[in-house]
Design a protein around this ligand. Sequence first.
Ligand code: ACO
Length: 362
Amino acid sequence: MGCTVAGTGKALPELVVTNDDLSQVVETNDEWITERTGIRNRHVALEETSTDLAADAGRAALADADMAPEDVDLLICMTITPDAVVPSQACLVKARLGLERAVAFDLNAACAGCVYGIDVAADMMEASALADLPEAAGLRLARGNRIRRALVIGVDRLSRITDWTDRSTCVLFGDGAGAVVLEWNAEVPGILSSFLENTDDPTLALACDQLRDLSTFPFGTIGQEKAGAIMSASVEEVAEELSRPHHPFISMQGQKIFKWASRAMADAVRAACERADVPLEDVALIVPHQANERIIRFAAKKLGLPMDRFQVSIQNVGNTSASSVLMALADAYRTERIQPGDKVALVGFGGGLTLGAILFQA
Ligand code: ACO
């Protein structure tokens, strides 16, 4: 019995930015970007908010699953660029879509977000189903919210945290949202296994400190001598603090990430297959994070699989972070690359460093 994919959807902002457009902003060219990354175009959200994109993708996935908003028990939004810190992105989308009964929360696992979000939703569904079974072998599971249908949405507007003067990163990213509807069905296998792993990133190979926190600054600088008193920093002190080097945009050690990612993606897919006792050769399609087509090619080589077993959707969207795997999954369903009964692997990696793979039977 398992957690099945009942529908998928995606949404992209209207503005398309080509490689030639970017060559007017930084010193680059279409040939370099296409050869090194496989990217030709990306979408950039000028008007669209993360809520707009996530809601459009969620609506499309619900329509694809033939499901009404009131059917949804759980909404998870994966993002590193929410519209607000509070309310969460998920709360904003829940209200927009009218998901009356759903509980909603955000999850940040950077570009591996889709895999982490699906895994958490599937675990909640499984626990819910198990708790309904009669007590077995002395095992009594706590009963929580009954989760049978979940909407899992990845949304990012990396354009908000991209340094548009840094050619080594700005050519890579794009904005968008992807969504999947998961449904519990005791009659089918659904998700077969998952594998999640975090590797520490002490040299910050991939980072963005946009949310540097100044809120306790007055207490940190002058508070020690006057503990207990209510204090505020002077205007000069705040100005000095704000002038410290601060990098609110994504910074990246490209080659380091490249090497780690191509090996890590292959390892994660193998681990998910081993956990499910499914030979790698039986996997019909691998839907990887779309960071760079060359990373996907390297991972394919490490796995000893031909490229036609991989969904490659990066060409017209770039790296869309938490939405990338779900947008690629929607593409794979729309083009009928996934048939009922197929075994499909999703695999993502990202800042943190986060890594994850999920194997499911369609
Ligand atoms: N246009 C033209 N030249 C460029 C550009 C550009 N856009 N960017 C870099 N260059 C130059 C560099 O300055 C360098 O020039 P030099 O030799 O004169 O110093 C040369 O190209 C080679 O640079 P490298 O960094 O060695 O290029 P590389 O082949 O490693 O490709 C890339 C760079 C595409 C960034 C690659 O390292 C990569 O894809 N890394 C992984 C990135 C990634 O996936 N990040 C995200 C993961 S997590 C997430 O999704 C948020």
